[in-house]
Write a protein that binds this ligand. Sequence first.
Ligand code: SAH
Length: 213
Amino acid sequence: MEDTFKHRGLRKKLVNTLKIKGITDTNVLQAIGKIPRHLFMDSGFLDHAYQDKAFPIGAEQTISQPYTVAFQTQLLQVTKGDKILEIGTGSGYQTAVLCDLGAKVFSIERQQELFKKTSKFLPKLGYFAKKLIFGDGYKGLENEAPFNSIIVTAGAPFVPKPLLLQLKIGGRLVIPVGNELQIMTLFTRKGDKEFEKQELGEFRFVPLLQNKN
Ligand code: SAH
């Protein structure tokens, strides 16, 4: 597990690319500048780790494109101590970004292989989520609710109700909604039954899977 001068240089370039593409949250940019993304990927992909691209991480899943990670994280408006639920732990890269921002992170993954691998890997790198859970993200995490924000990192064919209901008042749900192509959607909970919805452009994710365990 090596992080070299070369890697740090490539990260700086990546941060610049993200700025040019419109990411403005300095805490998010700093986190991406700090976290060794290449260590979250299979060794064969080391040379590609700092391009602004998604990559395979095994079990037919991908590590999200850095721009997408930055865009979603920026929408969460994270402040230190926020209680955040992530659906789709995957490689743990997004989890690490949230930990770096000082959030208390709960993250759910339904692929056992990835769940096990990432549960071992994240603490080794010094990132401690509050809890990593093997389970179905469609249900959210009732016993830890409410959350300041919830981030879904797989394409959801529809918006799961439990996720909306597990937000604090003022809380935010960032979720890519759609099948082949997804619309990044931000829900803000304004009241008990009141939600504001904003649509923020097209993205492409691996699917949020249902009824398969
Ligand atoms: N945040 C991850 C992105 C991984 S891709 C990263 O930074 O690497 C999306 C992940 O969502 C995959 O690992 C996939 O297994 C997981 N996933 C798909 N359907 C799910 C569900 N119903 N519940 C929890 N996780 C799910």
